[in-house]
Design a protein around this ligand. Sequence first.
Ligand SMILES: *[C@@H]1O[C@H](CO)[C@@H](O)[C@H](O)[C@H]1NC(C)=O
Length: 364
Amino acid sequence: MACFTLASIALFLYAGIAAALTSSLQQVTNFGTNPTNVKMFVYKPTTVKTKPAVIVALHYCGGTAQAYFGGSPYAQLADTYGFIVIYPSSPISGSCWDVSSKQTLSHNGGGDSNGIASMVTYAISSYGADASRIFVTGSSSGAMMTNVMCATYPELFRAASVYSGVAAGCFVSSSGAVDAWNSSCALGQVSESSAQWASTVRAMYPSYTGAYPPIQEYHGTADTTLYFNNLGEEIKEWAGIFGYNAAAPTQVLSNTPLSGYTKSIYGPNLQGIVGQGVGHSVPIMGDEDMKWFGFVEGGAAPPPGGGSTTTTTAGTTTSTAPPTSTGGTAAHWAQCGGMGWTGPTVCASPFTCTVSNDFYSQCL
Ligand SMILES: *[C@@H]1O[C@H](CO)[C@@H](O)[C@H](O)[C@H]1NC(C)=O
């Protein structure tokens, strides 16, 4: 499945910060129903708010919980704002998320989405997390999975942000295969109406009648891994769910949130953010996520109540696994090179390490 070009850049940016964190990444086992054996890692700052919020942060293809912990800003932000971060780690060779099988595309269907949902319910029951302030985000394959989590477990999440993904259900496998690559979706050749996408979403949890989480969708116009057309499909999908017109944003803000980016607002629950000339490596905008998730003013979710802080108590945790080895070969679709990359540079047969840009090479 698709890999994510930010990996090496982000490791660059955050490697120094990681040393200053107040706590460390811990693996949690026995967190509930987990049919595909997704691994759960948690970052709990030394001090969290009473009834802490939770962000579920989903890694890119070829990534791991450890890589996303080190390569995204959420742990640092957790120290600042007193929330908990859950980093699920894919159980699949090549380390993509399954976003293609019937199981994962169904509420309690027995796929990866099921295990990730169990991590959320575990955090609520074991850490006293605030069930009304659980958020989900991810990059590339993790971005696809973020859309899937919003479709399959809408009741769990208060809001989501998606960095370079595809619409939930776009990567479906017609044969029902787990972790299948869907070229027509990746290449941006799948085009459906808002109504069709909305019915695809509803079919993932047919008995659900409640609200769906507000979503921000980020995408670069020069993405050659998951082509830019996919942003339009994501917008149509959620516009269909929220009853918005995907062809008529209510507001378009240029150079927002950064120079070269344009934010289109379709309604209170849906925003599309386009990076002009940006490839698959849309940088994670942690401060924007903090606004969207309501940790600071200007967001979608209610701001955290000024609750007193409390020291976290120990959960059923074990020490974190050591960093991924630098030897061996990279699997199909995995990263095999790029600036700052320290992992394997040789691909498993018969795949070839192919340069996509200075930051990223992939086994194709
Ligand atoms: C790829 O996904 C589309 C829907 O987005 C689906 O119609 C098509 O059958 C899928 N292709 C394969 C090979 O499964």
